[in-house]
Design a protein around this ligand. Structure first.
Ligand SMILES: Cc1ncc(COP(=O)(O)O)c(C=O)c1O
Ligand SMILES: N[C@@H](CCOP(=O)(O)O)C(=O)O
Length: 461
């Protein structure tokens, strides 16, 4: 299995190489050269299997010879052993034809754990073989950062630097990143928004002297392995509702487009998905793009679903690559236009995107009302991101069962949830002392040289 860049001018890599490389050297994102298809019988055979076995069968065809079968099974088993629910990704019913896929039972209470715990295992296995030492630099709007820190804290051959927008993540999210005591964890509060943090990480990858000097690695959804691990729960949930005999639909609270892109891959692999709905908060660039054909940034607006406060949606590039017939030069030209504020999606590409994704937007008021209403009618406590999904899903219900992804635990956003429904969701007991632990964080300007200097100094390079 080969991996190619969305900008068409980077070396072709194996799965293992793409995982350790992060951003392609032409600035693009790696995607599989071809997507393996599962037969109807293979999909049907997933029903009733443990999550770990489904993960093995869905991901195995993408790996080439990076890991042996036995080794890969062991890595999967270790990755999910710390999850707080036997089903890993349980489904609960919200209404006659509407289900919620709870993706927040991992160690840091967000869907990021599904991929990050596995990537942590896979990278450690790869490093044990190569004897290398790496420097992970990641950008977060709240959840990727804590998940990455949890997956890599305390390792002797990895330093992990996380850039988060100062004052724009919830207090629980911030403390998850600033309270780990391990010396290889570096939380950096950047004076800027998430788009700034993500742009600085990409700048670091595009500075080859820095990138090669510190042996930079990425664990944002830049990294194909992150997306791949997220494909699994589309299969596990769909088969439990009758796929492949019965088609299902998904609504996905969306920011950086990684999670919904995983759903797109599941569909390409043969999973019968009727609708794939992008749900945005007031940072609605993706909804506007699908409706109008203009992908134009207009500044990140802080919201009560802060993890989705994103305008430059990294993985949309992967969708554009397919929409433009896998023409790397065309994607490169669009990304150059984006630097100046935006671009118009070509007619054929827009038709492809509209045929693939539906979309909707949820205002702040609607998010609050949805949290309140879901609790009153179903007893389910939604985090604000999941509420965005539930609200938009309600506009797209059809014959096929709708599965909305619940992407974070409500206790990560206690203020927003309490303001909506008058009850403060409690953190799990193991995190009960989070607010008593001392914090360790460095405030940094939104400046590439300043950030690079910190990384170099901390790793002694
Ligand atoms: C809780 C939560 N919901 C939704 C999203 C959006 O997911 P994606 O960036 O993959 O679109 C994020 C951030 O990624 C998140 O942390
Ligand atoms: N919402 C994310 C933003 C980063 O997304 P990623 O999937 O590219 O890591 C977060 O919580 O950090």
């Amino acid at each position: 299995m080969n991996y190619i860049s969305t900008r068409g001018a980077a070396p072709v890599l194996s799965f293992g190489e793409a995982m350790m490389t992060g951003l392609a050297r032409d600035g693009g994102l790696y995607v599989p050269e071809t997507v393996p298809v599962m037969s109807k019988a293979e999909i049907a055979a997933l029903a009733g299997l443990p999550y770990e076995e489904i993960a093995f069968r869905v991901m195995r065809p993408f790996l080439g010879d990076t890991f042996g079968d036995g080794e890969f099974r062991e890595l999967i088993a270790k990755a999910y052993s710390g999850f707080g629910h036997a089903a890993r990704a349980p489904l609960v019913q919200l209404g006659p034809n509407h289900f919620l896929l709870e993706l927040f039972h991992g160690p840091t209470l967000a869907f990021k754990d599904f991929a990050m715990q596995l990537i942590g295992q896979m990278m450690q296995a790869a490093l044990a073989k190569s004897g290398e030492r790496i420097t992970i630099v990641g950008a977060t709007s709240g959840d990727t950062g804590s998940a990455a820190i949890e997956a890599f804290r305390g390792l002797s051959n990895v330093d992990v630097f996380i850039l988060f927008p100062h004052g724009r993540v919830s207090e629980v999210q911030r403390r998850q990143m600033t309270t780990p005591v391990e010396a290889n964890v570096h939380a950096l509060a950047v004076d800027g928004d998430f788009d700034d943090c993500q742009a600085r990480v990409k700048d670091m990858f595009n500075d080859f002297a820095f990138r090669d000097g510190v042996r930079l690695a990425g664990v944002n959804s830049i990294n194909w392995a992150r997306v791949l691990a997220q494909v699994v729960y589309y299969f596990s949930s769909a088969v439990s509702l009758g796929a492949p005999e019965r088609a299902v639909s998904f609504t996905v609270p969306t920011g950086n487009f990684g999670d919904i892109f995983a759903g797109y891959i599941a569909r390409k692999m043969g999973l019968p998905i009727e609708r794939l709905v992008i749900a945005t908060n007031q940072n609605d660039i993706l909804d506007r793009a699908i409706r109008s054909g203009a992908y134009v940034t207009d500044g990140v607006k802080p919201s009560i679903s802060p993890s989705m406060d994103i305008q430059v949606s990294s993985n949309f590039e992967r969708a554009l690559f397919d929409a433009y017939g896998r023409d790397g030069a065309a994607v490169r030209a669009l990304m150059d236009e984006l630097k100046a504020g935006g671009f118009a999606i070509g007619e054929a590409a827009l038709e492809m995107l509209r045929g693939t994704f539906a979309s909707g937007r949820c205002s702040e008021e609607e998010t609050v009302a949805t949290i309140r209403q879901a609790f009153a009618t179903t007893g389910e406590v939604l985090c604000p991101h999941s509420a965005v999904g539930v609200k938009v899903a309600g506009e797209h219900l059809g014959v096929a069962p709708m599965i909305t992804l619940a992407t974070a635990h409500p206790a990560k956003f206690p203020d927003a949830v309490e303001a909506a429904m008058g009850v403060r969701p409690a953190l799990p007991v193991r995190m009960g002392d989070l607010f008593q632990r001392p914090e360790r964080v460095t405030r940094v300007k939104n400046d590439l040289a300043a950030l690079q200097a910190i990384v170099r100094e901390r790793i002694g390079h």
